[in-house]
Write a protein that binds this ligand. Structure first.
Ligand SMILES: [Zn+2]
Ligand SMILES: [Zn+2]
Length: 147
């Protein structure tokens, strides 16, 4: 679940930090609410919904600058409001981010993503260790979809 981020000047760290706990576990100070945060898996979910591309592997098109736009209202998180009354951001319907691209451009990105994944699959035949790594990554992405 998205969680509130609490920010404060931490005596223990000697710098400004944000944590998921209102009371800092290091110095005991009460932080100031500073918007919402997502877990890594939730970030991946946003990315996949926004781009239509997988969050892992060559299908993510490394080296390609995707025209991703982050919602300014919720800063790409998709949740807006106070810690007590957070809800889906009204400006992006809780998506957090989207692609600034036409349907044709999105379809083209998807084609390139699938081609890159296929190339990698063929090139990677025989590299057993790499295959296992990718399978693990896929399992985690699947877990996100189940929620
Ligand atoms: Zn602290
Ligand atoms: Zn938003």
């Amino acid at each position: 679940m998205p969680h509130p981020i609490w920010r404060h000047d931490c005596r223990a760290f000697g710098s400004r930090i944000g944590t998921g706990a209102q009371i800092c576990p290091y110095c005991g100070e009460r932080g100031k609410f500073d918007g919402w945060g997502l877990s890594m898996v939730e970030h991946w979910g946003h990315y996949q919904r926004a781009t239509g591309l997988p969050a892992f592997g060559p299908g993510r098109l490394p080296g390609t600058k995707l025209p991703i736009v982050r919602c300014g209202t919720c800063r790409g998180i998709g949740i807006y409001g106070t810690p007590d009354q957070g809800g889906p951001c009204p400006d992006c319907d809780g998506r957090g981010m989207w692609l600034d691209a036409t349907e044709e451009e999105k379809a083209e990105l998807l084609r390139r993503s699938e081609a890159a994944a296929r190339r990698e699959e063929q090139a990677g035949a025989g590299r057993v260790e790499d295959e296992e790594d990718r399978d693990e990554a896929r399992d985690e992405a699947d877990d996100e979809d189940d929620e």
